[in-house]
Design a binder for this molecule. Structure first.
Ligand code: 5GP
Length: 112
């Protein structure tokens, strides 16, 4: 069964797409936790970072290199935070690896 992010990548569910290439998609989060809250995910449905494999190294490096480019596209010139929730205890709700890109306000530490 497809994840919600696969359906978005395949155009079956609408989303506000910020960026897309052959490897990944970035969309605005439906329930933003900051003025800018974007989700960057690979088109390959890796369930979560703990289940990524050595063979996924190119995808992971692409995501990490793309995240700052997406932040720049969103105008987050003052800074941004990237977050990956892994597992229920961390708040993961969609089992398709994604990077949260948050910015547009002062972000606090430690996170909740
Ligand atoms: P997680 O909790 O797994 O780290 O993050 C999942 C994120 O996906 C949440 O921030 C949630 O608001 C977002 N989300 C869930 N369903 C949808 C959807 O259908 N469209 C969009 N754009 N975001 C979604």
């Amino acid at each position: 069964m497809k994840t919600i992010f696969q359906k978005i990548a395949d155009g079956e569910i609408p989303a506000k797409i910020v960026y897309q290439d052959d490897t990944c998609v970035a969309i605005h989060d439906i329930n933003p936790q900051a003025p800018t809250h974007v989700l960057l995910f690979p088109t390959k449905p890796i369930p979560r970072i703990a289940e990524a494999e050595d063979a996924d190294a190119q995808i992971l490096s692409h995501l990490m290199l793309t995240a700052p480019k997406v932040a720049k596209l969103c105008g987050l010139d003052d800074g941004f935070r990237i977050v990956i929730n892994n597992g229920l205890i961390a708040g993961e709700t969609v089992p398709h690896l994604h990077i949260h890109i948050l910015g547009g306000r002062q972000l606090h530490w430690p996170p909740g």
